[in-house]
Design a protein around this ligand. Sequence first.
Ligand code: PDD
Length: 286
Amino acid sequence: MTRTVYVNGEYLPETEAKVSIFDRAFLMADGVYEVTSVLDGKLIDFDGHRARLERSLNELDIPKPPEFDDLLDIHRNLVAENGVEEGMVYLQVTRGAPGDRDFVFPSKETRPTVVLFTQNKPGLADNPQAKVGIKVISIEDIRWGRRDIKTVQLLYPSMGKMMAKKAGCDDAWLVEDGFVTEGTSNNTYIVKDGKIITRNLSNDILHGITRAAVLKFAREAQMEVVERPFTIAEAKEADEAFFTSASAFVMPVIEIDGAAVGGGKVGKVATRLREIYLDESRKAGI
Ligand code: PDD
């Protein structure tokens, strides 16, 4: 099926959508993005994603695109047009295409490029992996120092995924100065003696929208949350491990660097948090 996508004010068939070869994201990875999940045809945590997009744009001094205030409608139109019941909407905003390559930022008159497309993923919420858990390896975190900004510089996370696949695993957890920062495309957690431990927010990690929601639900359910860095050694000894993201929701991890976590079984806390997150998100979807 040919999807309808959105580019700079126009809804087009994906085969007709075009972005300039001079686009700053193509030449310099000068762009930011968001991924919003869709359940029951509704957007999950949309306000959080829009707020983080605004922050990413501000941090990089990328002008707000003209359609910023219409983003909810654009998301909804694409979901409806493409008949997405479960899946994602990908949004990217770049510093635009000034018509040549130059390290210097273009003038503020250059229109930021705005692209949105949907990804249909039937069965996303019922992902069978959530029942068996996934395996991760640890690798060094050699990304830049502003991981709080959701930029499209995803080469190293992509390489990390490939390293994991080569090792017969599903994902990689990134380690800096001995402590886990986050996963290639998710925030990471361990559970020990009933406490949920996850790295505190800083420029070192992306401030996950799913993370914020899951921690809120955990606290409301009287679970104890400790926000601090942890090591791979600590994670291997934990009762449970899991990660969160807009596309995976809450995903249990049962093996780290070949060592079984929690006896290699999906844990109760991760399972419960996934249920709560999916239930509450469905209710709050817009
Ligand atoms: N990734 N950390 C990183 C490095 C991420 O790329 C992501 C999201 C997260 C989780 O953030 P959120 O809960 O807001 O999705 C944490 C998206 C899903 C992606 O790149 O596809």
